[in-house]
Design a protein around this ligand. Structure first.
Ligand SMILES: O=C[C@H](O)COP(=O)(O)O
Length: 329
């Protein structure tokens, strides 16, 4: 890997902007948002073909992708033991010999993402690492528990040590065009988060149209979300490139009009290294290098790291190892 590429991608300095405080709900702006589905799908379809990252640069981009992963376990049979193993992986996501062969020092993932009950073991296992714990919340994944309990769940998770809260929105507010109700709900969630960063999961696979995705993205940012996130990973359609294009363009517009930078998190079904490269290329083209930092970009993924490790090992040794040699938890 050439040094210039390494400097440009894996080792960019960490810059943190002030948080998005949100703005008043601007209904005229929300209603004016449109999405030309066929143009968006055409543009998204050209991306994998057009943007093949050159072989020499791939390793640097894959290392960059690792630093942006929210390493996730969200299963009913999660245990403290599994979470401890996942956190060990988060601290050292790539074998030292591979990093050394690539001329890299230690790296970590962006965060570890768990359910509320697993926050305590994750906080304990990550102590001293600087890696934040993210908790899914507000009745994840459906978000249909009583509202006061959803708000209380956020408070409990922050108290337990989560520094990031991945909330789910009420899809019905989008499907009925009740933008005021969506905005009000998100303001209350944001307030309950306090110092913890709020990532708003739109569950785009359940929002019906790309226009709804664009409008919900704007409302979520107006309400003060630090990140907007595609999916819970539990919908039948999760992160896709067309949906990403719509959300990323909403982020760009929001930045142009308000000066606030909001982060982006595609999540669900992103499991191959080449998918990760497509997302990074999309971010670079649409938002620029500033968004290729863990404070503004994350992958929500439970198995992506394993495939990236295999590709890096291949890059260094010329051979692929079996998937079972890269367990996550
Ligand atoms: O937010 C993260 C997702 O739940 C992870 O989804 P995945 O298991 O398809 O990678």
């Amino acid at each position: 890997m050439d040094t210039a590429t390494k400097d440009r991608t894996a080792q960019l300095p960490q810059v943190t902007d002030p948080r998005n405080a949100g703005i008043e709900l601007d209904l005229a702006w929300v209603r004016a948002a449109q999405a030309n589905t066929s143009a968006i799908e055409r543009r998204a379809a050209t991306l994998p073909a057009r943007r093949s990252v050159k072989k020499d640069h791939q390793a640097a981009w894959l290392l960059k992708a690792i630093t942006c992963i929210d390493l996730t376990t969200l299963a009913g049979d999660d245990t403290p033991g599994r979470v401890h193993r996942l956190c060990a992986k988060a601290r050292q996501p790539v074998r030292r010999d591979i990093l050394e062969a690539l001329g890299m020092g230690p790296i970590t993932v962006g965060a570890v993402c768990v359910y509320h009950e697993m926050i305590a073991p994750a906080v304990e296992a990550l102590r001293g690492s600087g890696i934040p714990v993210a908790a899914v919340s507000t009745g994840f994944p459906a978000g249909l528990s009583p509202f006061h309990l959803r708000v209380e769940e956020i408070r409990e998770s922050v108290k337990a040590g989560a520094r990031e809260i991945d909330i789910v929105i009420s899809r019905r507010h989008v499907l009925t065009g009740n933008w005021q109700a969506l905005y009000d709900e998100l303001r209350i969630f944001r307030e309950a988060c306090g110092e913890a960063h709020m990532k708003a999961i739109l569950a785009t696979g359940e929002l019906g149209t790309l226009r709804n995705v664009a409008r919900a993205s704007l409302v979520a940012m107006m309400a003060g979300s630090d990140f907007i996130k595609t999916s819970t990973g539990k919908e039948s359609v999760n992160a896709t490139l067309p949906v990403s294009l719509v959300m990323i363009r909403a982020i760009r517009e929001f930045h142009e009009r308000t000066g606030h930078r909001v982060g982006y998190k595609p999540a669900g079904g992103i499991s191959r290294a080449k998918d990760a490269l497509n997302y990074l290329a999309l971010i670079k083209e649409e938002l620029g290098n500033r968004w290729l930092q863990p404070d503004l970009f994350r992958f929500g993924a439970s198995s992506l790291l394993g495939d990236i490790e295999r590709q890096l090992e291949h890059h260094v040794t010329g051979a692929y190892s079996a998937g079972w040699r890269h367990p996550m938890g």
